[in-house]
Write a protein that binds this ligand. Sequence first.
Ligand code: B3K
Ligand code: ZN
Length: 874
Amino acid sequence: PQTIYLKDYKVPAFVVDHVDLRFELFEDGARVHSLLNVRRNPESDSTEKNLELDGDSLTLESIQLDGRTLDEGDYDNRGEKLIVPAVPDQFELAVVTWLEPQNNTRLEGLYKSSGMFCTQCEAQGFRCITYFPDRPDVMARFRTRVEADKAAYPVLLSNGNDVEKGDLENGRHYVTWEDPFPKPSYLFALVAGDLVEKRDSFRTMSGRDIDLRMYIEPRNAEKCDHALDSLKRAMRWDEEVYGREYDLDIFMIVAVDDFNMGAMENKGLNIFNSSCVLASQETATDMAFQRIESIVAHEYFHNWSGNRVTCRDWFQLSLKEGFTVFRDSQFSSDMGSPTVKRIEDAAMLRTAQFAEDAGPMAHPVRPESYMEITNFYTLTIYEKGCEVVGMIRTLLGDEMFRKGSDLYFERHDGQAVTTDDFVRAMEDASGRDLTQFRLWYEQAGTPELTIRDDFDQSSGVYRLSISQTIPDTPGQTNKKPQHIPFALGLLGAGGEPLPLTLTADEQDAPKERVLELTEAEQSFEFHGLDERPVPSLLRHFSAPVRVDYPWTREQLTFLMSNDVDGFNRWDAGQRLAIDVIRSLIGQGDSAPVDPGLIAAYRGLLADDSLDQALVAKMLQLPTEAYLIELAEKPEVQAIHQARERVLSTLANELRDDLMACYHRNTLSGVYEVTPESVARRSLRNTALAWLLHVNDDEARSLALAQYADADNMTDRMGALRALVGSDFEEDREATLDDFYQRFQKDPQVVEQWFSVQAASGRTGSLPQIQQLMQHPAFDWKNPNKIRSVIGAFAGQNLPAFHAEDGSGYRFLSEQVCRLDDSNPQIAARLVSPLTRWRKFAPVHGDQMKAALEKVSQKSGLSRDVYEVVHKSLA
Ligand code: B3K
Ligand code: ZN
């Protein structure tokens, strides 16, 4: 496969002003008639005489230039290009293609899911529908006529407004849609199916009434309210916080069961994975409710950050994704608990994005090259990209950041631009120089801060020395220091925040500051202190960096209960637990657990005055995945055992406190998804899981009762998860059976049922996984099922996946090979755990590598998997 480079970017030689599409949908295929108005691009100095169009897996039926039919000798149709030589400066091109959506298992372009037609065009799916300059800087107005059997496909949708409809011969009908906004082809969408419509409406800030419509299969009719409510909240929030108003008259959401990712922001017609949009109290957990709210918001926010202002090329992907993730996390933060949201984002980043940044696929937020763009929809582009935008806001302050965003939208509305244009708008609006800051877009790898301090009693000066290094990553060495906003506070012995006095004569210094790190080594002095303070470093996780500071356990315990920054309280607890777990690795089952940790957790459980949402987070021990990420040559089984040892000690020692916490947090009254009640359910379920972990019989009865009486999925799943994690084998099996019987008709719940088993050591051994894959509800064509069984096994059931005999690795490589033929995108995602083979000691690493080599030897390997596997073995 070919590598594509950013440096080779050229403005398109031709532009398309208008696209007229006609889809004839049948059971055995689809015919697509496309009429393009093409003209030479005045902004290009290219003398290119030939028109080059992209096409993938298409059957070309006919092609006409200005009404003249071209013969096979008149054009060149090889590989993934259609080249029409010597075209005029302006012309009409009519192309007819034939496709087979019913056989499309890649789920890119036009395909069928549960009997309905739907599309996925980002990044390069439109070329699987018709020949087109399939690149985001070609923006055209689309008119789309969809024709299909009226009884089987009563609902026919595309982008924009429906302008015409009618009946045709043979029981067929059509609807024509027109989208007034020029858009890149990746935002095109079409849906045809037998769907139910749920309507709502929204009045915008300028008083326009928008029709909100959700389309679902009839069985899902009761699962739409949450998405529609979330949508309205997101629309209002974007007006209030960013001044962004919706532009079309209709906004549509469609739920489909077979979808490669979460959702897609097609103009006016968002398409969602059912699992990311459908919810009811009985079938979705609190976490799912929150995820849906944030994804609905994310896709909606793309209407401005992505659709009105789009990407010039795919190297700029973070322009829309990083900014939109930033917008959706601000939104979630405003809708719920800001501290909890920050904890969740930082935990994910530190566990998974840091791992990506340290692995063979590490790439900058704005990559320089790729083979398959689909592989670059990564945590780096999304989450690190979000952090980069967040740091700009921290450096500029809220007001200037808003000015910058207004300028960006105003300056670039209707354009396809670059991350550099975004940064320039921020600079121009604020007057700040972000030259060095741009390195965040250019350099891959996670900066590492080494922090040391000393205190001089006689002068009262506390000195922090901070050095930064950025590790080498594939293709990048000797990196330059980056511009890092570093928020901190200092605490006195009584826990009181101290002023951060940077010069001896400064009056009333603030109690929190954002230092700006720009050099490889820097030091800062704080004056006027009577005693050595305890530093609270990188508050709110103000930059996506690693921090090395020699905390003592006393300092961490102190910060856990005294820091004014909730995020750092949580972080101190995590660091303490990590330190304790690490010290137990390889120490056997009777090694004592630091009583300080037990006391700290007891304090958390007892203190009802604390923000319970924060307590719920603090009670969760660092995950195995994070412990592995932090370790040099991780020994997975030993890490697992040490963590289990801490868990069971805490559960035994804190048994009565956990029981009290369980009962104190039992809610009565109607189910609501408020931060307060979410926190209580989470606390109660954590307490239950810990207690069952040590086979507490009373807790077992509580779990069974909670399972049976639950009026919501969070409690039902909490009890099921606790039982699955316990040694009460009969209860575990019986409850799993009952759960399946109850919910077998609901695919979203069956997916949860699969993953709770696949992720657990007790139900997810390799033979059990293989059995799950034989289950009638398992479906190779459905990405959610693959993720919930194979993905959960390799990503969460780490001791089983890393079994010393290498069976987990071999299993994964077999599944990747099998999937590579049907759905390369999903196969390339699935292979990712193996790519970290260099991180592990040879007992693991060698077998992981062998499993990867096996994949690399498969014949006809897709470009997607090829890129990941070859870069990992290089
Ligand atoms: N933009 C889409 C992701 C498309 C992935 C293509 N392989 C969803 C989102 O980020 O909003
Ligand atoms: Zn997005």
